[in-house]
Ligand binder design. Structure first.
Ligand SMILES: [Ca+2]
Ligand SMILES: [Ca+2]
Length: 212
């Protein structure tokens, strides 16, 4: 009898956990068009940096960033750095894709991406892990120096504040464009679910005490 009750309470706790697994995801989009670089064939993006003003708050579980409608005659030229409100600066794209032409939406997500964009081979539009082949790359001011090379570096930080996306074309001879940039932030489970989970566990402990 008691075991049945415990099983029932465990189910409540599990249900709370499953509910919290229904992820809370926010997306922020800044629309261009932008040119890469702003002028000539080497230099910073026409908007430098692109800024996402995030007024929502929460603790970060996962960050992804999309370079939308990306087009360039030499993928390798494009370097990209994402800086969060706390100052964490992730170099997520540097000297990838070789001489190939990107053409479409490229999303960088170190949780959901399977592979990085190759160093030299063509990569179709899709979801990739951070793709960094020159970690020593630096960006013109006001960009800070990179502090990490994976978007997982943002995990457990607060999401609220300004996020800055710095895109830099670091080689002459080729150029391109981008239609939009999109920042996606998934939060850790919301507090209400954690309270429900805690209540379920407390109930289990209470039953165990009474059993003795
Ligand atoms: Ca570079
Ligand atoms: Ca160039």
């Amino acid at each position: 009898m008691l075991r049945h009750t415990q099983l029932w309470l465990s189910s409540i706790a599990l249900a709370a956990l499953m509910a919290s697994a229904g992820a809370q995801i926010y997306t922020y989009t800044v629309t261009g068009p932008f040119t890469i670089p702003g002028s000539g064939t080497s230099g910073t993006l026409s908007t430098y940096p692109i800024v996402f003003n995030v007024s929502d708050s929460g603790i970060i579980a996962r960050v992804s960033i999309t370079l939308g409608g990306l087009s360039h005659t030499w993928f390798d030229d494009i370097d990209a750095l994402l800086v969060g409100p706390s100052g964490t600066a992730v170099l997520f794209l540097s000297d990838a894709g070789g001489s190939n032409d990107p053409n479409g939406n490229y999303t960088f997500d170190d949780v959901n991406g399977t592979d990085a964009i190759p160093n030299s081979a063509y990569a179709a539009p899709g979801v990739y892990k951070s793709s960094v082949y020159s970690p020593a790359d630096t960006f013109p001011a006001p960009a800070p120096a990179p502090s990490a090379f994976s978007l997982t570096a943002f995990s457990n930080e607060q999401m609220q504040g300004n996020w800055s996306l710095y895109i830099f074309d670091d080689a002459p001879g080729d150029s391109g464009s981008m239609e939009f940039a999109q920042l996606e932030i998934e939060l850790v489970p919301e507090p209400a679910s954690m309270v429900a989970l805690g209540a379920g566990l407390a109930g289990l402990l209470g039953l165990r005490r009474r059993k003795k």
